[in-house]
Design a binder for this molecule. Structure first.
Ligand SMILES: [Zn+2]
Length: 381
């Protein structure tokens, strides 16, 4: 499993640009493209019967106070073409519908899906999370997700659906009268048990279509079900994630943020918006997906995955500028056992690839991007 994730929810990526991104990843023999299709800042998947996804949830007034409206939604046809384009290049496409949280855009369109509907809710215009979780006790929520999953089934033949599941603060579930009553009725001791039941119900809905779920791993292995696949992403938690998921019978994909988040700055001086850690090419190259563990303790790790989150990446140029050349290091981590890896050798090979990467997309990655300093390969030690 050698994956890259793009984030058209935060900044829409036109289908033609996605294909250019795919060309590059195919050349470096990645085999999974993960589309983060929904988030607080936008919803990009059309679903029959839910027109407000397009008229409301796919649009926001501005981004970070810039005063410029932002919008975008794929058509079913575009997504099908993308899937075929990827399949011809050995790449499987994994859609993500993030739930129960990361859903402020959905709330703006369909407030009735939420514990405390707020008709004046806007699609989020800044980064950061929101407390809005869908309410598992509302039948219209399940009707909606059934329609979503049916649509995904039509478009994405792999059958894998990434359900997010990350950063879902349960304080509104705690207060919601319907949720409270449901917890009492089922003798659940807390909201984490409700989360487990929510995931189980969602997985059962997927199973009806022959689809299977994946999740961002949130540290509590008990809320997933044996055999499911989760992604380790939280900083500094990779090692314990490997141990706990092994014990719980889960599969793990390594996307640890301190090595794999390719939206983070790659040299000192690139913008970090106050919170992103500089993650150099060499740091990425140092990724050992098993974190030193022997096969018998790490055999459940399926591979590597690098997300390129896009709160701050408004277009393809910015995306490539941040993703490369670090994606080359992640690709090698996915292909090569630690015993044959050599930073020195990698640097030598990369010198040859530099021209290829810069030329193929007719895009000068060394030129300053906005306020960003020039990226210089030779300085990236
Ligand atoms: Zn509720």
């Amino acid at each position: 499993w050698r994956g890259l994730m793009v984030d058209p929810a935060r900044h829409f990526i036109p289908a033609a640009d996605l294909k250019k991104f795919v060309d590059m990843m195919a050349y470096y023999k990645f085999n999974r493209l993960h589309l983060h299709l929904t988030d607080n800042q936008g919803w990009r998947l059309p679903v029959p019967g839910y027109p407000k996804l397009k008229s409301v949830a796919s649009r926001r007034e501005e981004s970070f106070g810039d005063g410029i409206p932002h919008e975008g939604m794929y058509t079913k046809q575009e997504l099908k073409e993308l899937v075929a384009y990827c399949a011809a290049r050995g790449i499987e496409v994994i859609p993500e519908i993030d739930m129960p949280g990361h859903n402020q855009a959905l709330h703006a369109a369909y407030p009735e899906f939420f514990c405390f509907p707020k008709p004046d809710m806007n699609v989020r215009t800044t980064a950061g999370n929101s407390k809005e979780l869908v309410c598992p006790q509302k039948p219209e929520v399940w009707k909606f997700y059934a329609a979503v999953f049916n649509e995904l089934k039509d478009i994405f033949p792999s059958g894998i659906v990434h359900l997010g599941g990350d950063e879902a603060p349960t304080e509104l579930w705690e207060k919601c009268p319907l949720c409270r009553e449901a917890r009492t009725r089922a003798a659940m001791k807390d909201e984490q048990e409700q989360m487990k039941a929510f995931f189980a119900k969602t997985a059962a809905l997927l199973a009806k279509n022959g689809q299977t779920p994946q999740f961002w791993y949130e540290g509590n292995a008990g809320i997933y079900h044996p055999g499911e696949t989760v992604y380790a992403w939280r900083q500094g938690q990779a090692l314990q994630s490997i141990e706990k998921t092994k014990k719980a019978g889960l599969n793990l994909i390594m996307a640890s943020s301190e090595y794999c988040y390719l939206d983070f700055p790659q040299i000192q001086g690139q913008r970090n918006w106050g919170w992103m850690k500089t993650t150099t090419l060499q740091k990425c190259y140092d990724l050992d997906p098993a974190f030193g563990k022997p096969e018998k303790e790490a055999g459940h790790i399926r591979g590597v995955h690098a997300p390129v989150w896009a709160e701050r990446l408004p277009d393809l140029n910015h995306l490539l500028y941040r993703a490369y050349p670090r994606a080359c290091a992640i690709a090698e981590a996915g292909w090569s056992p630690m015993g044959v890896r050599s930073w020195k050798n990698f640097r030598r090979k990369l010198a040859d690839h530099r021209q290829f990467i810069l030329k193929r997309f007719n895009y000068d990655m060394e030129r300053t991007q906005g306020n960003e300093p020039a990226f210089r390969w030779e300085n990236n030690k």
